[in-house]
Design a protein. Sequence first.
Length: 154
Amino acid sequence: MTPYRHTQFSVLNMILLGLPMIWTVWGGLFLGIPSPFNFLVLGLGIFFLGLAICFYSLKIEVDQESIRMAFGPGLFKKSWPLAGCTAVRQVRTRFIEGWGIKLTRDGWLYSVSMPHAVLVRLKNGKAFILGTDEPEALLAALLEAGLELEDEPA
């Protein structure tokens, strides 16, 4: 099996998280918000900067033993043994599900953009969803790793 590695970068996340950071720091420190609030504003700016750094990309790797994913520099990462997975299928996430790390109707979602994703079914019946900008390649790698193609739900 050829190992699969792909990193998806999210310019949208950088914009959506970077703009509030710039706005809070600029507005708080340079536009005259009273000084007792400067620490709060600076704290919010640092918070948004931290989110931007953590969620600017999603790296997915598949090899003969496991599926691994990591956001940004790897602060949030997870792996699943292939032996514990049974089936996969390509899915589209809904707008309300968005991106990030969250519990959806089908299982945990790990994504930096939408709507393309691949759902992986576990042997215990649960599932997780990996967002990707190349769903066909990820699906092919998982099928090559020995997982079966799951039928679409009715």
